[in-house]
Design a protein around this ligand. Structure first.
Ligand code: SAM
Ligand code: FES
Length: 378
């Protein structure tokens, strides 16, 4: 239901409002309440749990656009019209874990596995550097065949060949000692989505061998070791409730990550969650805006999953407050094997095409892809 906003003074019943049904009046009041909460979030950067639940439950088009407009302005005040790009190298789809949602889980026997060599990874970065990337994200399943020494050597080779570039790792849960070694080798950032701040919810998404406490321990270690640290969630993951998302927002407002990865859950045909509905596109955009208002400086990607759920999803993500895009730098031959979910975009394109496509898309909405490491700004 779309109800036009009444601007009449509070003690004056205008002719239009007098004609509204009681249902429409309630809806208008809810929207007004939601806008007040958005104003409060913008000013104070936090809400309590009941306020989060009430705001998240009021995600109408009008409320979402209200939040997006404010989030865009906040992003522009910190990062201007710049969009940072990160070249993502998905260097192995081997994973020891069995997350129920993930297409590269160990239990998926229909997937051909691959691992890139050190030289392959360096070649991807070399090509990426030519296109203007100044951050390389090395992502993989939890593949134990790459030792700590292997990862450290790869990181330090990238850092010495491209000293003006940042390296982000996204290789899962490790010991504090391993994280310290990666930092020592020169890694700048680490992405590890917490997936959900609600332990009971976490246990519905993962088998018993996986532990929410350990994931949270990893995030604390990464922060303490000085990484620019990224956490995040899938929107609409199975069993997620409004309360779970409220917990996520409160966790993030306290943890203060430098990066937040938020994208819709999308089912994969070879997982236990194959028949679950996908996450909401609108709620993903709304959450991007709310994250920007909560943590104005955060590095916030418009994710590939958002571009998969809607053709212009990444553009709309930026219009909702995101400021990072992560085009694929993996060799074309392996891209369709890093299928976290069905129909993932950009699996057939060469790296230069992905870069040019993102640049053109951003230009169309008045944003500029910059040649920059794109560090967190304090
Ligand atoms: N292994 C590393 C880790 O666990 O952090 C990095 C790779 S993991 C595949 C990267 C992220 O993909 C996960 O944190 C998860 O949020 C997301 N992901 C996995 N399956 C997904 C799905 N079906 N839909 C949307 N996102 C998904
Ligand atoms: Fe590999 Fe989840 S399936 S980390």
């Amino acid at each position: 239901m779309a109800v036009k906003w009444c601007l009449a003074p509070i003690d004056f019943i205008c002719y239009h409002c007098a004609l509204l049904s009681s249902e429409e009046r309630i809806f208008m009041e809810l929207e007004m309440e939601a806008k007040k909460l958005i104003d409060k979030l913008e000013l104070e950067h936090k809400l309590d749990k009941d306020e989060w639940i009430s705001l998240l439950d009021s995600c109408s088009d009008e409320v979402r656009e209200y939040a997006a407009e404010k989030a865009r302005a906040v992003a522009q005040s910190v990062y201007g019209n710049d969009v940072f790009i990160r070249g993502i190298v998905e260097f192995s789809n081997v994973c020891k874990n069995d997350c129920y949602y993930c297409g590269i889980r160990a239990g998926n026997c229909n997937l051909e596995r691959y691992k890139l060599t050190e030289e392959d990874i360096l070649q991807c970065c070399k090509a990426g550097y030519r296109y203007g990337f100044r951050t390389f994200v090395l992502q993989s399943g939890e593949d134990l065949s790459y030792t700590t020494e292997d990862i450290c050597r790869i990181v330090s080779r990238i850092k010495s060949e491209f000293p003006d570039c940042a390296v982000t790792l996204s290789i899962g849960e490790k010991s504090r000692e391993d994280y310290a070694a990666y930092k020592e080798a020169g890694a700048d950032r680490y992405l590890l989505r917490h997936e959900t701040a609600n332990k009971a919810h976490y246990e519905k998404l993962h088998p018993d061998e996986m532990s929410w406490d350990n994931r949270m321990r990893c995030l604390r270690d990464l922060k303490e070791l000085g990484f620019q640290t990224g956490c995040g969630i899938m929107v609409g993951s199975p069993y997620q409730t409004t309360e779970c998302i409220a917990d996520d927002m409160i966790f993030m407002s306290e943890f203060k990550p430098e990066m937040i990865g938020i994208g819709p859950f999308l089912p994969h045909k070879d997982t236990p969650f194959k028949d679950e509905p996908k996450g909401s596109y609108e709620m993903t955009l709304f959450l991007l805006s709310l994250c920007r208002l909560m943590l104005p400086h955060v590095l916030l990607p418009a994710t590939t999953a958002l571009g998969t759920i809607r053709p212009d999803g990444r553009e709309q993500g930026v219009m909702s407050g995101a400021n990072v895009i992560m085009p694929n730098l993996s060799p074309t031959e392996v891209r369709d094997k890093y299928m976290l979910y069905d129909n993932k975009i950009c699996t057939g394109d060469a790296s230069d095409k992905c870069h040019d496509c993102v640049e053109a898309r951003m230009k169309l909405i008045g944003y500029r892809v910059v040649v920059d490491r794109g560090d967190y700004r304090v």
